[in-house]
Design a protein around this ligand. Structure first.
Ligand code: FAD
Ligand code: NAG
Ligand code: NAG
Length: 547
C-alpha cells in the first residue's frame, strides 16, 4: 500500500481509474478502493469518443486501447418479416481521415471491462493496485483533511474496519455511490420511461461487420452490436410488454424464443447469456461537483440516457479536468481555490450534454440516427473559466461577456483560451533530429508553453517569466518556422521544434499571425492562456500559483 496517501479515490470504474492514473503520473500518492470483490466483465460503456482517445493519448494508454478495440460500425436495420435484407444502413459517425490537427478522428468501441483492465495495468506499472472488497462507509472533513471509514472484507467474509486520513477524497463511486449522498449534493432530474434489457450475450450466426437492428414495431427492438471478443455481442432489447423482461432474461431458451419472434429468423443462435439486466437510465445531475475537500466525478455526478452515449466519455473528462488541479494543490504549488474551477468548468458542459442526449433519445425513438458532430466532444470548452487568460479578447476578466456554449455547437472557428488545443505533426527536434508532434509533447503532468516565433527582443523576457514557474511545472517549446534558426545561448532549457511541414503554424495560425505568439496549454490539453508576451504569462501564472 502507498505510504501516506494524499488522495482517496473511491470506485474503480473508468472515472476512478483515469483520475488515479493522472494523479499517480503526477507523483501524488493515492489509494484507490473498490467495493466489489471481482472486477465486472461487461461491455457497458464501450463507445469511445474522439476526445476520449486524445485523453488516452495524453495518459500514454492510447496504443493499448486502440489495439484492443474495433471501429465504430454502421447500423443495419433489417426488413421485416424476413430479417435478412437491409432496409437501411446508417453510419453512427462518418468515417473521416486524420488531419494534422485531429490525429484520431474516428470513434472506436472497446468493452468497458477491457478499458478498465488496460487502465489498471498502467496503474500497476506505477506501483498502484486497486484494493478490492474495500468499501467506503462514511467520511468527515475539516479544514485540514478528510477522515474516511473503510471496511475491508476478506474471502471468508470477515470484516476489518479502518479509519484513514487523506488530504482529499474523490467519489468515483457511480450513480448510487455514497459520496454524493453523504455530501448532500442534490441529484436533480427525471427518470426516463425507456426501460430496456441490456447485456452481453454469446451468439452464433451474425456477422461482425455491422450492428444488427430489428424493429418489428414502435415499441419493440432488438439490437446486436459485435464486440472485440469473437462471438460476444452487446444486446439491447425492448419488448412491448416490460413485464416480459424477467422471463426473457431468465434463460437462453426464453431469449432464443424472443429473438426468433423479433427477427422472424431461426438461424441466430443464443449460445450463452453472460449478463442481461434491466436498464432504465435516469437523467440527473448534481448542483455542484464537490464541497470542501471532497469531489465527485463521473456517474456519481451525472447520469443520462446512453443514447449518443456520452456516459463514460464525459466521466473520464471530469477526472482529467480535476486531476491536474488536484495534483498542483497536493504539491502545495497552487491554492486550493483553483479546485473551485472544476465545478465551474464542468457544470455547463454537463448541462449542455444532458439537453443533447435527451434530444437524441427522442430522435432515436423516431428512428432518426442523425447525431450532431459536436458529440465527438472536440469543441467542448470552458471559455468562461476565470483561471484562463486570453489577450485576444478585450476584458477577458469580465468573462461573463463570453457566451457559455459548452459543446461549442454555435461558436465560430476562432481559437480561444478554454478550447481544445489542436495537434500538429512533423515537428523536428533540432537538437536530437527526432520527429515529434504536439500530442506527443502534451502531458498531464506539466503545462506546455508554445512560442510561435515571438520577436527576438521579447523572447528573453518571456523565457525569464517561465523560469519563475515551479520546477517542472512548464515545458517551454519554441516552434521555428521551416528553415528558421535561433541563437543557441538563449535556449538552454527549451525544446526547439522546427515546423517542417508548416502544420503547427497552420493549426495555430490565428495566434502566430495575430500578434499572440505565446500559447499556454494546460495539462488537460486545453488552451489555458493566449498572450502577446511576458505580461500575459505573468497574469496566467498569478491566477494559478498565487494564493
Ligand atoms: C449495469 C450497467 C450498465 C450500463 N450500460 C451502459 C451502456 O450500455 N452504455 C453506456 O453508455 N453506459 C452504460 N452504463 C454507464 C457507464 O458504465 C458509466 O457511464 C461509466 O461506467 C461511468 O463510470 P464511473 O467510473 O463514473 O462509474 P462506475 O463505472 O459505475 O464505477 C463506480 C465504481 O465504484 C464502486 N463503488 C461504489 N460505491 C463504492 C464504495 N462505497 N466504496 C468503494 N467502491 C464503490 C462500484 O462498485 C463501481 O465499480 C452502464 C452502467 C451500469 C452500472
Ligand atoms: C462515447 O461517444 C461515442 C460517440 O458518440 C458513443 O458512440 C459512445 O456510446 C459513448 N460512450 C459512452 C460509454 O458513453
Ligand atoms: C471482458 O469480458 C468478456 C466477457 O463478457 C471476456 O470474454 C473478456 O475476456 C473480458 N476482457 C477483459 C480484458 O477482461
Amino acid at each position: 500500500m502507498t505510504p501516506n496517501p494524499q488522495v482517496l479515490v473511491v470506485g474503480s470504474g473508468p472515472a476512478g481509474l483515469v483520475l488515479a492514473l493522472t494523479l499517480t503520473q503526477n507523483g501524488i500518492p493515492i489509494r484507490i478502493i473498490e467495493k466489489r470483490s471481482e472486477f465486472h466483465e461487461s461491455q457497458r460503456g464501450a463507445g469511445i469518443q474522439v476526445r476520449s482517445l486524445e485523453l488516452y493519448n495524453f495518459l500514454c494508454v492510447y496504443n493499448d486501447i486502440k489495439a484492443g478495440s474495433i471501429p465504430l460500425l454502421p447500423i443495419c436495420t433489417y426488413k421485416l418479416p424476413g430479417g435478412r435484407e437491409a432496409a437501411s444502413l446508417n453510419a453512427l459517425a462518418p468515417t473521416v481521415d486524420a488531419t494534422p490537427d485531429i490525429p484520431f478522428p474516428n470513434p472506436i468501441t472497446i468493452g468497458q471491462n477491457h478499458t478498465e483492465s488496460i487502465l489498471r495495468s498502467h496503474l500497476a506499472k506505477l506501483g498502484v493496485e486497486v484494493e478490492r472488497s474495500t468499501e467506503l462507509i462514511s467520511f468527515q472533513q475539516d479544514q485540514n483533511g478528510v477522515t474516511a471509514e473503510i471496511i475491508k472484507r476478506s474471502s471468508d467474509n470477515t470484516e476489518t474496519r479502518e479509519t484513514a486520513h487523506f488530504d482529499f477524497l474523490v467519489g468515483a463511486d457511480g450513480a448510487r455511490g455514497v459520496t454524493r449522498k453523504q455530501l448532500g449534493l442534490t441529484f436533480l432530474g427525471e427518470s426516463t420511461p425507456n426501460h430496456v434489457l441490456i447485456g452481453d450475450v454469446f451468439v452464433k450466426g451474425l456477422s461482425r461487420e455491422v450492428w444488427h437492428n430489428f424493429r418489428p414495431s414502435e415499441k419493440e427492438m432488438l439490437l446486436f452490436r459485435p464486440t472485440e471478443t469473437e462471438g460476444l455481442f452487446y444486446v439491447i432489447l425492448s419488448s412491448a410488454n416490460i413485464e416480459d423482461y424477467p422471463k426473457i432474461s431468465a434463460n437462453k431458451e426464453n431469449l432464443q424464443e424472443f429473438v426468433n419472434r423479433m427477427t422472424t429468423r431461426d438461424d441466430i443462435i443464443i449460445e450463452r447469456i453472460k449478463a442481461l439486466d434491466e436498464y432504465s437510465p435516469s437523467i440527473r445531475m448534481v448542483d455542484k461537483f464537490g464541497e470542501g475537500r471532497i469531489f465527485v466525478v463521473g456517474d456519481a455526478a451525472h447520469v443520462h440516457s446512453p443514447a449518443g452515449g456520452q456516459g463514460l466519455n464525459t466521466s473520464i473528462q471530469d477526472s482529467f479536468n480535476l486531476g491536474w488541479k488536484l495534483s498542483l494543490v497536493c504539491k502545495k504549488l497552487s491554492p486550493s481555490s483553483i479546485l473551485d474551477t472544476y465545478s465551474d468548468e464542468r457544470l455547463p458542459v454537463i448541462q449542455d450534454m444532458l439537453a443533447k442526449t435527451t434530444e437524441i433519445l427522442r430522435k432515436i425513438l423516431k428512428k432518426n440516427w442523425d447525431r450532431p458532430t459536436s458529440l465527438n466532444q472536440l469543441r467542448v470548452n470552458c471559455r468562461w473559466s476565470h483561471i484562463l487568460v486570453d489577450e485576444q479578447v478585450e476584458d477577458h476578466e469580465g468573462a461573463k461577456a463570453i457566451a457559455r456554449d459548452a459543446y461549442g455547437s454555435e461558436t465560430d472557428d476562432q481559437l480561444r483560451a478554454g478550447d481544445r488545443a489542436p495537434d500538429a505533426p512533423d515537428l523536428v527536434n533540432i537538437k536530437s533530429n527526432e520527429k515529434t508532434s504536439f500530442f506527443s509533447v502534451f502531458r498531464p503532468i506539466y503545462h506546455t508553453a508554445l512560442l510561435f516565433n515571438p520577436p527576438s527582443t521579447e523572447l528573453p523576457s518571456i523565457l525569464e517569466t517561465f523560469a519563475t514557474w515551479p520546477t517542472g511545472a512548464v515545458k517551454v517549446v519554441l516552434i521555428l518556422p521551416k528553415g528558421g534558426n535561433v541563437a543557441k545561448d538563449v535556449l538552454q532549457d527549451v525544446l526547439v521544434l522546427e515546423d517542417r511541414e508548416g502544420h503547427a503554424y497552420q493549426s495555430y495560425k490565428q495566434m502566430a499571425d495575430g500578434g499572440f505568439p505565446v500559447v499556454i496549454i494546460r495539462p488537460d490539453g486545453v488552451i489555458g492562456g493566449i498572450a502577446k508576451g511576458a505580461e500575459g504569462v505573468k497574469v496566467y501564472h498569478n491566477k494559478l500559483f498565487s494564493a
